[in-house]
Design a protein around this ligand. Sequence first.
Ligand code: GAR
Length: 200
Amino acid sequence: MIDGKLIDTKINFAILASGAGSNADKICSYFKDHPHIQVNLIISNNINAGVLQVAASHGIESIVIPKSSWATPEIVLPDLRTKEITHIVLAGFLLLIPSWLVHEFKGHIINIHPALLPKYGGKGMYGHHVHEKVKLSGDVISGITIHEVNEKYDEGDILFQKEINIDPEDSADQIAAKVLEIEHYYYPRIIEQWVLGKNL
Ligand code: GAR
């Protein structure tokens, strides 16, 4: 039962990722035996992405869609339709989501960013680039932002933020490790609440 309604089929979401896929790994584990929600597809733009091994290790189907194909709905949509995808989760996906996809999945695309937006967001601000900027700034806190996705990098409505403390001696890599640790804990849980339509 969800909010008094009997749900007999699972809600399917897709993960889009470009890199190692450590968040995807945690998300797949979290939803492995979930009664209402499942990861049904993993898509990468990068044939060498570690996330493809993550998908295989969880027995989840994965496909590679290269950068040049994302402008073409006729290439991207059939797999999403076949797998009955209703929600899209970005986990280290580095391409800008095309506006046709934002409209097709309006309000149903979520992203995690490894800083406290609106600081350190925008084009080119991903992964270690973010943590190096934070280190250079001398900020004493950083953190994570989970937000809905619109046509611009890192500008959709913010759903959740969590801070971490930075010690003056922390390197950019140490800041990255602290941030990744809380991403792994919070992202699956926030995805669950978001998919189920709970207030965040
Ligand atoms: C994560 O830290 C995620 O927040 C970041 O990429 C990393 C992916 O790591 N995303 C961005 O920077 C998006 N602007 P993972 O592949 O190990 O999950």
